[in-house]
Design a protein around this ligand. Structure first.
Ligand code: ADP
Ligand code: MG
Ligand code: ZN
Length: 487
């Protein structure tokens, strides 16, 4: 039986405000900060303390909601989500339930198959929990709690179950992360846990419109883990259905070491949380004027940018999408195009998305740390276009530029890499090589035309690879023709 995947994502994004959601404690990088040092009676859940809403966090939430084309609600209501766990000192989390900050958004995502529209069901504000570390040392078995993260503002963004392939999931997740980064509300650092993805997965027979029973996968720490987890789950569910069994609605964890999901608990229902309106906070009223003020400050978003790169610079969809994903890439691209003496936007795009991205992947370096400036890359591409170096030499020069920070011109000069485009010098080499191989010339003349490639190789060898290949080729063809006519 053929099944269609049905996937919805829940995304928790920390909002990059200076202080926590309901108190004045600073928001810190919890991976670099001594545990439990940014905690006060409010975020530690002491009895008798009261929450005070952080306006900046609300502004960032609205900013994200607008970027996702949501309707921002004039009135939203905070609610208590009650559960007992050591990472939640109050015994409840302040969240939003029936009346969220924003609803009905959409994200247009780019996949190799084209564009898909994924609807955003809702985006609501809530506070983050503390962080537990489970320690197993010999016979000892205990957990530690760090409350630095408790009370950090979060925006939970819930999609409709509109994704039907891993490419759509990848497109949605990467676009969402890029948008939040671009608008300055989240750093996008998945490894630090500032943005976290949970996947809801079900399958149904192709052609069916009903939703199947879903499972929810948690602790997905990277895009790769998310994709593997979803694929694993799709396969597991298909096997269950194929063998006449049914899928149990449950919450699963992803085991990275074993590359499989494991059951954490049977899925709780909303009523298990005993949600009720937060009595210590009034309803949140957001005036239209404020929303419009925030909307006016939104930057050009990645999708608009990608379309502009295609229209303005003639880039293909794939390159445009990659360059538009991060502001730094796009700024670099545009500055490089501007600095070129011989304009060639496609070449800049392919150096950026090809050689540079590959080098970043290999070296593990960050784009913002690179030693090559847009002007530096423009110079390198100009050297290729002028025929001073060939493409292969340029690739090697580029790696040296990235490693040393020296300019293309300096490297080419210091290492004697410049190729000659001097027509007379090349003509001389060609005629010398041809006279050195009379037998080969004879067979060429008698019809073995492919020998011209062999001659090309011989001349290039004589020139130590530094002859301009275009000039060489045309000179060689000319002289070979001459010999043919003379015979
Ligand atoms: P909860 O908050 O209990 O996890 P929601 O109804 O809010 O439940 O749904 C959470 C996410 O699960 C949403 O992203 C939604 O699109 C997705 N979802 C709901 N039903 C299904 C399903 N049958 N298959 C896949 N995803 C689903
Ligand atoms: Mg859920
Ligand atoms: Zn605090």
């Amino acid at each position: 039986m053929k099944y269609e995947p049905v996937i919805g994502l829940e995304v928790h994004a920390e909002l990059a405000s200076a202080t926590k959601m309901f108190c004045g404690c600073p928001v810190v990088d919890t991976t670099l900060t001594e545990p439990n040092t940014t905690v006060c009676p409010v975020c530690a859940g002491m009895p008798g303390t009261l929450p005070v809403l952080n306006q900046k966090a609300v502004e960032y939430g609205i900013r994200a909601a607008l970027a996702l084309e949501c309707e921002v609600q004039r009135v939203s209501v905070f609610a208590r989500k009650n559960y007992f766990y050591p990472d939640i000192p109050k015994g409840y989390q302040i969240s939003q339930y029936e009346l969220p900050l924003a609803t009905n958004g959409r994200l247009v995502v780019d996949t190799p198959q084209g564009e898909s529209v994924i609807r955003v069901r809702r985006a609501h504000l809530e506070e983050d929990t503390g962080k537990l570390s489970h320690i197993h040392e010999g016979s000892e078995d205990y957990s530690l709690v760090d409350l630095n993260r408790a009370g950090v503002p979060l925006l939970e963004i819930v999609s409709e179950p509109d994704m039907h392939s891993i490419e759509e999931v990848r497109g949605y997740a990467t676009s969402l992360r890029a948008i939040l980064k671009e608008i300055g509300v989240n750093s996008g650092d998945m490894e630090k846990g500032v943005i976290r993805f949970e996947a809801n997965v079900s399958i149904r027979p192709v052609g069916s419109t009903e939703l199947g029973t879903r499972t929810e996968i948690k602790n997905l720490n990277s895009f790769r883990a998310m994709e593997r987890g979803i694929l694993y789950e799709l396969d597991r569910q298909a096997k269950l259905l194929d063998s006449g069994q049914s899928v149990a609605q449950e919450t699963l964890g992803w085991n990275e070491a074993e590359q499989k999901t494991y059951s954490q608990r049977s899925k709780e229902d909303a009523h298990d949380y005993r949600y009720f309106p937060e009595p210590d906070l009034p309803p949140l009223v957001v005036e239209k004027e404020w929303v419009e003020e925030i909307r006016a400050t939104l930057p050009e978003l990645p999708r608009t940018k990608s379309l502009r790169l295609q229209n303005q610079f003639g880039l293909n969809r794939v390159d445009a999408f990659k360059i538009a994903a991060e502001r730094e890439f796009c700024d670099f691209f545009e500055a490089c195009v501007k600095a070129q003496r011989i304009p060639n936007t496609k070449s800049v795009a392919s150096w950026l998305t090809g050689e540079l991205f590959a080098w970043l992947n290999l070296s593990g370096k960050n784009f913002v740390e690179i030693k090559v400036t847009p002007k530096g890359l423009a110079e390198l591409i100009d050297l290729v276009q002028e025929g001073l170096i060939n493409q292969n030499t340029a690739k090697a020069v580029f790696v040296k530029m990235l490693e040393s920070g020296a300019s293309a011109g300096e490297i080419v000069k210091a290492e004697g890499l410049a190729q000659t485009s001097d027509g007379d010098a090349i003509a001389k080499m060609v005629s010398e090589v041809i006279s050195a191989y009379p037998e080969e010339l004879a067979s060429y003349k008698s019809g073995k035309e492919t020998l011209s490639n062999w001659f090309f190789g011989q001349v290039m060898k004589a020139a130590s690879g530094k002859a301009n290949p275009t000039v060489l080729k045309s000179e060689l063809e000319k002289q070979l023709q001459q010999h043919k006519l003379n015979s």
